[in-house]
Write a protein that binds this ligand. Sequence first.
Ligand code: AMP
Length: 491
Amino acid sequence: MADTVEKVSTTEASSSSAEAPIPAEITEPTTTEKTKWGDVEDDDEEEANAVSELNSLTIKEESVLDEPEDSSIKAVTSGETPYTSASRFEDLNLSPELMKGLYVEMKFEKPSKIQAISLPMIITPPHKHLIAQAHNGSGKTTCFVLGMLSRVDPSLREPQALCICPTRELAIQNMEVLQKMGKFTGITAELAVPESNHGVTSARRAHVSAQVVIGTPGTLKKWIAFKKLGLNHLKILVFDEADHMLATDGFRDDSLRIMKDIERVNPKYQVLLFSATFNETVKDFVQRTVKDPNQLFVKREDLKLDSVKQYKVVCPREQNKIEVIKDQIMELGDIGQTIIFVKTKVSAGKVHKALADMGYDVTSVHGNMTQEDRDKKVKEFKDCLTQVLIATDVLARGFDQQRVNLVVNYNLPTKYDTGEPDYEVYLHRVGRAGRFGRKGAVFNLLLDDRREIEVMEKIERYFEAQVKEIKSWNSEEEYKSALKEAGLLDE
Ligand code: AMP
């Protein structure tokens, strides 16, 4: 895994993208003290060295050091402000209440790579905008939640921070993190999702006095339009999973509208935009809306999670896929929580029945269920009341459950219209296992047909991924050694 930061000037950055990293000057590490990250394995001497370099990195104009070949995060700062990477939360001058939230409630020990680099940029005046490419499991939620909490003035009972999310699930999840992390601060927060008005129309609902508001674009837009959500004191606006959000025209227009509304009353606010991928839509949005941002990019080849081992199995018949899950994967031992991704409700039903018949506590989540039911099932899984969750892609993004060690792709993710692989969804599915550098495995179950095999090959090429083949679909030995290799079964 790569652990260094590059820094390049803003002029170069304007033509840059995550896919095509820019030639860079790199800053100099100031100490060689060895420390261990929360999100990397600590058994590799070389890695530990690289990590310590990043820990102590000073992101400062004009300073240069040798570029290691595996540098993974590119920081592009705008303007003269020098930023020092935070190797400890103490380096961030946070309030004692926030520190307590981080240590006591969140049980964090030290910032992750992206936190170490982004938090100083977010928190240090003049509070420049930040565009960050951050993938799931990297600790990005903390970047913006802590960013929002640290910028709110607790004595001012007005909305000061706004976070826009593509789905209500993500908004709820971010709210949970905010409330936990901010538990001792007394900072108030409110969710702005379609059900937040409790049956009253947006026009008639009460004024929002919460200091942080997290929600989906449509509801936020309505609250602003009806003057229920005041923007005069807004200091910070966050876009979470911007690529997902901006993929829909409606979301994009709502987001632009909200930004215009804020700018009108309050031109000096800070924008943080987080996105797993920087496609043309996101780049275009950024160019049109966010002036002179600091930027963080992760190279594409580093997007896959190295701690997750990926396997593929070619099954002669559909029924064999169920047998693989049932007899090979699930029966081999206690491998922690598992998510099985399927394309259709019918497949969900089949897998569900097969596993339930064997006595597993299984639940399924798909788009045809009511929101209430979906929330309930997700909560049961998060609370570890169930071990196996069968899901369509409603869950592929953003869902955070630390104990998930295993992801099974019962069907590979493909685009509905073209049948081509959906690379982003694959990345997000893989991201469900091995959160925050924990061990994990992904089994891709393929039918023995040219199309499926081709889709898998394309995914492998796209991510330059090592996806090992389980040569005979019903060989217990091969599954055992795969799970051992992934660290999920004892030797
Ligand atoms: P995220 O990418 O923000 O969804 O975070 C992934 C997981 O990592 C979450 O379960 C976080 O609670 C956890 N996490 C984030 N930051 C840290 C940290 N500094 N130390 C330990 N765990 C963390």
